[in-house]
Design a protein around this ligand. Structure first.
Ligand SMILES: O=P(O)(O)O[C@H]1O[C@H](CO)[C@@H](O)[C@H]1O
Ligand SMILES: Nc1nc2[nH]cnc2c(=O)[nH]1
Length: 293
């Protein structure tokens, strides 16, 4: 099927990919997890795994960033049927926002109900430490405020309404379950809650930009997740967002620290196991709550 790049996430194109996957995956996934930079190992702990390279799935884009392998992995985590994106797409790679968010619509057509987005982010909140896990309470989209939204263009009602609400983007019930999980695992000393801010990247922020974002009320800054969340909410998926604070945003001209992707990946890998435990524990709780519905 030929289509313009901005039409990659049209209903028909997404359905072709979803049909292809449905014919090959053992079970319908209930939960989709997008693995952030350096966090792809989560997909390796799924039970009864079936993995597909992005390049083999019809219409799937390719990953080009280190720490993002480029595989879709189906399987079970703590008894819950899941699909994991081992590698996400970013607009700074040159992808349109419809390409960045294409997998989310495919997940919706596969019958996914809950989206968990994870990412690596720089900490703006002065109380945050490197290695902290931040549950996303809300976001600031510098893209959206600047006129770039993945839902720009004709609206297809089969996905959702023209003007979706975003004041409830990150579901309170999921946030509470995530906090409970952190408490039960003894992770509270490095668990936070906060506002994630999306900037386009790929350059990291200047000091003046970090100060501005902090003054705007952002606790962490990154280059992903928000377009995925907007498209997920548009089609009615429940969303939980988790940022791993891999570095502290540089706020002072006297600081010698410099943001770099090697440090981001190093810290992600160090915290990957804790994050796996947290998500697995949470999924166990979700199993209890959804099975009782
Ligand atoms: O958001 P994820 O994909 O986790 O990665 C974050 O880390 C990379 C920069 O180091 C950027 O891609 C930024 O968005
Ligand atoms: N924009 C941005 N993205 C990140 N990803 C991981 N750390 C950072 C950061 O400091 N800034």
């Amino acid at each position: 099927m030929a289509y313009a790049e901005e039409d990659r996430n049209s209903y028909e194109v997404c359905k072709e990919a979803a049909d292809w996957l449905r014919a090959r995956a053992a079970r319908r996934p209930r939960i989709a997890i997008v693995c952030g930079s350096g966090l792809g190992a989560l997909a390796d702990v799924l039970d009864s795994r079936t993995a597909f390279l992005y390049e083999d799935i019809p219409h799937f884009p390719r990953s080009s960033v280190s720490g993002h392998v480029g595989r879709l992995v189906f399987g079970e985590l703590n008894g819950q049927p899941c699909v994991c994106m081992q590698g996400r797409f970013h607009s700074y790679e040159g992808h349109s926002l419809s390409t960045v968010t294409f997998p989310i619509r495919v997940f919706f057509l596969l019958g996914v109900e809950i989206l968990i987005v994870t990412n690596a982010a720089g900490g703006l909140n002065p109380h945050f430490q490197v290695g902290d896990i931040m549950f996303i309470r809300d976001h600031i989209s510098l893209f959206g405020l600047g006129g770039q939204n993945p839902l720009r263009g004709p609206n297809d009602e089969r996905f959702g309404v023209r003007f979706p609400c975003m004041s409830d983007a990150y579901e309170q019930d999921l946030l509470s379950l995530a906090m409970e999980s952190a408490q039960e695992l003894g992770f509270l000393s490095f668990t936070r809650e906060g506002v994630y801010c999306l900037q386009a990247g790929p350059s990291y922020e200047t000091i003046a930009e970090c100060r501005l974002l902090q003054a705007l009320g952002a606790d962490a800054v990154g280059m992903s997740s928000v377009p995925e969340v907007i498209v997920a909410r548009h089609c009615g998926l429940r969303v939980l967002g988790i940022s791993l604070i891999t570095n502290k945003a540089v706020m002072s001209y006297s600081s010698q620290e410099k943001a770099n992707h090697e440090e981001v990946l190093r810290v992600s890998v160090l915290r990957a196991e804790a994050l796996q435990k947290l998500i697995s524990h949470l999924l166990g709780k979700l199993g209890e709550s959804t099975n009782s519905l």
